[in-house]
Design a protein around this ligand. Structure first.
Ligand SMILES: Nc1nc2c(ncn2[C@@H]2O[C@H](COP(=O)(O)OP(=O)(O)OP(=O)(O)O)[C@@H](O)[C@H]2O)c(=O)[nH]1
Ligand SMILES: [Mg+2]
Length: 202
């Protein structure tokens, strides 16, 4: 069992509050309540590091966590939160957009999709935006403990088929913050991309 120690660095509500750091960053993005904070806690095996809640929209700022494994984990605010206005809901906030498209330290964006449902239009819009911007991304299926293995397989296959034209898709990975499924694979994926990025930088 690999141990990763993480500590909270800061929460940012503005671009100029992003931490000054050279560490490569891995970001979690997805609809409110999809399980972004839970997945971060599962990766570092530290319940309570990133705030988890039953109330969608809990994480309203960008939270940065540093790890002793040579990368930062970044918890982004959920999109599609029902209590904000429709225009706000349909667009990704300027803060999220600036982070995802302009942060030089960002090496991988994990787009979290609930394994129990078809991906929503807003999930596909996020994926399209990353693909179009040439940003490496992985689709992380969450809450797989709630499905039978063959249902998880079917969902994984559905996403792979939908995204087969994407050149910046790193992988589609089934996970569960409850059972720990996919944790090892996720850490492996981050390590590979971190190494690859380091080699690309002169
Ligand atoms: N069964 C199960 N429940 C999960 C899993 N991951 C998260 N949950 C539950 O889903 C709810 C939302 O989890 P969060 O981690 O707070 O979701 P989030 O994406 O960070 O939500 P926001 O910060 O509001 O955008 C909580 O009740 C979690 O306990 C999982 O893998 N399995
Ligand atoms: Mg959260």
């Amino acid at each position: 069992m690999e141990h990763i120690h993480a500590t909270f660095v800061k929460g940012a509500t503005k671009v100029d509050q992003f931490p000054l750091s050279d560490l490569p960053e891995v970001a979690m993005i997805g609809r409110s309540n999809v399980g972004k904070s839970s997945l971060i806690n599962e990766v570092v095996r530290h319940n309570g590091l990133a705030r988890v809640s039953n109330t969608p929209g809990k994480t309203q700022e960008i939270n940065f966590f540093t790890t002793d494994a040579g990368f930062m984990l970044v918890d982004l605010p959920g999109y599609g939160y029902a209590r904000v206005s429709k225009t706000q809901r349909e667009m990704f906030s300027e803060l999220i957009r600036s982070y995802l498209l302009q942060r030089p330290q960002l090496v991988l964006t994990c787009v979290l999709v609930d394994s129990r449902h078809d991906p929503m239009t807003i999930d596909m819009a996020m994926i399209e935006e990353l693909e179009f911007a040439g940003k490496p991304f992985a689709v992380i299926l969450t809450k797989c403990d709630k499905l039978k293995p063959r249902q998880v397989e079917a969902r994984e296959q559905q996403l792979r088929t939908l995204l087969q034209q994407c050149t910046h898709l790193v992988d589609v990975l089934p996970t569960s913050a409850v059972s720990g499924t996919g944790r090892h694979q996720l850490i492996g994926m981050v390590k590979r991309i971190k190494t690859r990025t380091a080699e690309d930088t002169p």
